[in-house]
Structure formats: C-alpha cells, structure tokens
Design a protein around this ligand. Sequence first.
Ligand code: CIR
Length: 273
Amino acid sequence: MIALCKSTDPMQIAVTREVSPGLGACELSYVPRSAIDLRLANEQHHAYRQALESLGCRVLSLPAEPELPDSVFVEDVALVLDEVAILTRPGALSRRAEVASVAKVLAGYRPLRAIEAPGTLDGGDVLRIGRTLHVGQSARSSAAGFGQLRDLLSDEALSGRGYAVRAVPIRGCLHLKSAVTQVTDETLLVNPAWVDPAAFAGFRIIEVDVDEPHAANALRIGAGLIYPACFPRTLQKLADAGIVVTTVDVSELQKAEGAVTCCSLVFADAVTH
Ligand code: CIR
C-alpha cells in the first residue's frame, strides 16, 4: 500500500550569501583573531546550505560581496516575520552596506520596514519565540533600535497582530543568540554565563557544557536542528533530551564570531492566516 502524505506547510525559504573573500577582515568582539582558511570556509558554507536543503528549505544564495567582510552573516541585517520584514541597521558601521542587497530579495516576500538612524539593531540579538521577540541588550543593538522595533511591531502598526518585544540583558558575548536559542517548542539551549536563564521562565532549559561556551547557538528548521559538530558534550546533552540534530562543521565561520543561525534568514514562503 502506498501512503500519501499531503503537506499543507508552506515552503521554507533560506536566504544565504556566499562567503566574502574578505572574511579575514571581519569584525571581532569577544574572539581573538586567527587565520581563516577561505577555501574551507566556502566548503563549510556549501555543506551548511546542503543541510538547510536536507531539512526542506529552498536556499537562495546571494553572490559574495568582496568589499563586505561579514556579509555571509545575513541574519544580522533583517528579521523576517509572517507579516513584515524589518531591515536592521547593524551596530557595526562596516556592516551597514550589507542591508540593501538583502532588502531587494526580501521585497519579493514581505512588506519592508526599517530601523533608522540613530537606532541600531543586529538580527543576531533577536530571538523570536512565538509572538514574542526577545532582544539582547548588546553593544550592537541600542535602546533606540529596540524602541523602533517595538513600535514597528505594535498592534497599531500590524492591524492588531502585534508582537511582544522585550529586552534581555546579556554579558560577555556578541549577541543574544550567542547565549540562547530555541531547540524545541518548550526547550531553550542556554549559556548561563552570558544570559540569565531566569529571563525565560516557563521553558525547559538545557545548559551548554561549561567547557563549550559557544555551544548555545542552534538553528531550528521545522522539527530539525542544525548544530555545530564541535561541541560533543553539549551534543550529548541534546541527545539525552531526545533532540535529533543535523551537524555541520563551521570552524572557519566561528573564527569570524559566527555560527549557525547567523548564516541564513529562514522564513515561510507564503503565509496565510
Ligand atoms: C560580526 O562581528 O558582526 C561578525 N564578525 C559576526 C556576526 C555573527 N552574527 C551572528 O551571530 N548573528
């Protein structure tokens, strides 16, 4: 007998951008500079895109931007919600020119809004859980950026379908999603040295292994999870919790202070309410 499975879920789009040949000149805040193997970085990014495809995404790949070292980290330049896409204004001056080309792509999928000067916001600071956006208070995302985001996503701005937007203190790391990401509907993966788990009451918390501080960044795609292969102890914790992961090697992107969420913008192609 043939079982027919009819999916009603819309296709997931993943916007990515090829690694810049200038990646070696990336911004760094908490990670010491070390030599990046560009050929390996490209291979790893290719495998990352394949992992996205294996989990059902249609991957759009923008060409590399030689003049924009950090431009592979597309997560930081936009937030794509069901109703609207918000173009950010990245906190690092060197990254502001990354926004325009991603905006052109997103314009085909969502109405666009934008964070404006003097506000700054990095997408890596925004953790969306349901109808709540948790926004890290980092060096990259300012109070003005936070206030603009809250206004752009208010009930008034979104015809009664607003989002709760709340600020979350972080310490010792680049972005909120360096410190915490969602790994199942009810579970968060957290580095408690960088964000207080008490900020996320009601969730089951899995703490990263103390020897793997960068291990809290996981990318959830539907029921799947893309996760760096280099954190064996935290991987074991995820396995013990029954969480299945697709591992990728992102060693060269980690040298640029990136990980797995930062290299894509994932969203539903068609949204119906
Ligand atoms: C930066 O400092 O902006 C880049 N070198 C790394 C950005 C990583 N972005 C992210 O995790 N969302």
